[in-house]
Each structure stands twice: as C-alpha cells, then as structure tokens.
Design a protein around this ligand. Sequence first.
Ligand SMILES: NC(=O)c1ccc[n+]([C@@H]2O[C@H](COP(=O)([O-])OP(=O)(O)OC[C@H]3O[C@@H](n4cnc5c(N)ncnc54)[C@H](O)[C@@H]3O)[C@@H](O)[C@H]2O)c1
Length: 259
Amino acid sequence: MALPAFPLNETPGLLRGKTALVTGGASGIGRATAALFQASGAKVIVADIGAKESDRAVDGEFGPLWHADVADENSVARLATRIGAGRSTLDILVNCAGVPQSYTPIETMTVEAWDRIMNVNARSLFLMAKHFLPLLRASGHASIVNICSVIAVRPKPGLAAYGASKAAAVATTQSLALELAKDGIRVNGINPGATETPMLSGFTGGKDVQEVVGSFASQIPMGEIIRPDDIAGAALYLASDLARLVTGATLNVDGGRTV
Ligand SMILES: NC(=O)c1ccc[n+]([C@@H]2O[C@H](COP(=O)([O-])OP(=O)(O)OC[C@H]3O[C@@H](n4cnc5c(N)ncnc54)[C@H](O)[C@@H]3O)[C@@H](O)[C@H]2O)c1
C-alpha cells in the first residue's frame, strides 16, 4: 500500500529569507529540491551542466539558472564569482549533481570512466566547498547538504566507481562538518535509495525507468520506490533551522533498504 505523499505545496515558510544554490537542479532530485525550497520561501539558484554556458544566468524554472560543471575547478570558480557578484551571502548549498554507473566488470573499467564518476560525484564536493566558502561563511548559519547514496553503506558488484565516489562523499561530509563547525556551517548528507529519476536508467544499462521501477521497489521493505520529493523533504529538514544542531549526519532515505 503506497503511503500518502506529504502535501508539498503546504510546507511552512521554513526557508523564508534564505538563499539556496542547488547543483544538478535541472532534473530529478535536484529539481524536486529546488521546487520544494522555493515553495518553502527560499530564493533558489540552480547550476547544472545541462544549462547553456553564458556570462549571465538564464531564467530557470525556479530562479536564476547557471551553467557549471561541478567536476571542473575553473567552472566552479567562475560560478562562485558570478553568483558572488550579485550577493554577499549564501545560506544553503545542496550538492546534488551526479552521474551513475552501469554494471561494469572491474577489468573493463577505463581510467577515464572511473575518474569522471569520482570527479563529478566526489571531487565536486571539495570544489564547491572551497569556492563557495566565503559566501557560506558570510551567512553565519549556513547549511550544506550533500546527496550521497545508500551504495556508500551497501556496495554492489560492478559499481565500484560509483560506490567509491559516494563513500568519499560521506567521508567528505563528515570531515567538513568538523572543519566548518567553527564558521557556523552545518554539513550533512542524504543517502537516497533507488529513486525514480532519469538516472535510474543509467544504472540499468539504459532500460526505460518505468520498466525497472517494479524490480527496484520489490527490494525495498516499505514496498515502493523512493520519489524525488522524498529526498527533497529530507533536504528541507537538514537545510532548515529545524536541524540547528545537526551536522556530520547522513540520513538514509531508502524505505528501510539498508537496515
Ligand atoms: N536516482 C537514484 O536512484 C539515486 C540514488 C542514490 C543517489 N542518487 C544521487 O542523487 C543525485 C541526483 O541524481 P538524480 O537521480 O536526480 O539524477 P538526474 O540524472 O535526474 O539528475 C542529475 C543532474 O545532475 C546534472 N549533472 C550531471 N553532471 C554534472 C556536472 N558535472 N556538473 C553539473 N551538473 C551535472 C545533470 O545534468 C542532471 O540535471 C546524484 O548525486 C545521484 O548520484 C540518485
């Protein structure tokens, strides 16, 4: 039996007065997070590799939409300079941009493919923290939310690069939580279970998402696949002042899959 969804259009103004940057916000979990944050009163900025490269942001679905490749230091530095030109603080950073891996036996994995997955999913957290630190510090009570994955605690065969990148994301989250606590910056992670987004087909060798939803759902104790809104709800909690003293945590949102 599917549980009723939370009425997301009735979220209280938990993020009123705050500005949030969501990477990977053009699709899936990032898009749902940007929508929920906007509905919760935040000014939302989105950065995505799919956006058009330009000196100026275009009008996105939820606010300014910037092009950025979060794996590339020059691109991240440029993004920080451009966003910093229009404001002096940033309250929330959600690192959601990511790439999947389809089943790859280790002997056929190329160094290029390994490095790209590591760089987009893990190095990006370091680059975003490094270049956005001045803006986040100026907030006085900023929150970083890193979208990791249950694979960090439940590895799968053939997904070594993806698993390594997400385990690195969890470790980076914990280390930064300790390092940035003195700046009033909280750093937390979310481990989504299999979530119904375009990325799912990337894990299944290009199969249609609808085709594979049932088989993923059958492995989840709660009996249904995770929806992007479920992850956005967890991100809203971690980004908001409700989680005032929560830092270094990684919240599994997986219908009980990792228990
Ligand atoms: N869908 C799942 O089952 C699942 C499970 C666990 C974790 N996750 C994680 O959740 C996050 C969001 O994934 P999703 O399922 O919404 O996928 P998605 O493919 O729907 O969205 C990913 C977004 O990231 C953007 N992106 C990719 N590479 C980028 C780069 N180098 N720079 C900037 N933007 C980039 C894409 O253009 C896209 O808009 C990812 O980090 C993913 O690893 C997803």
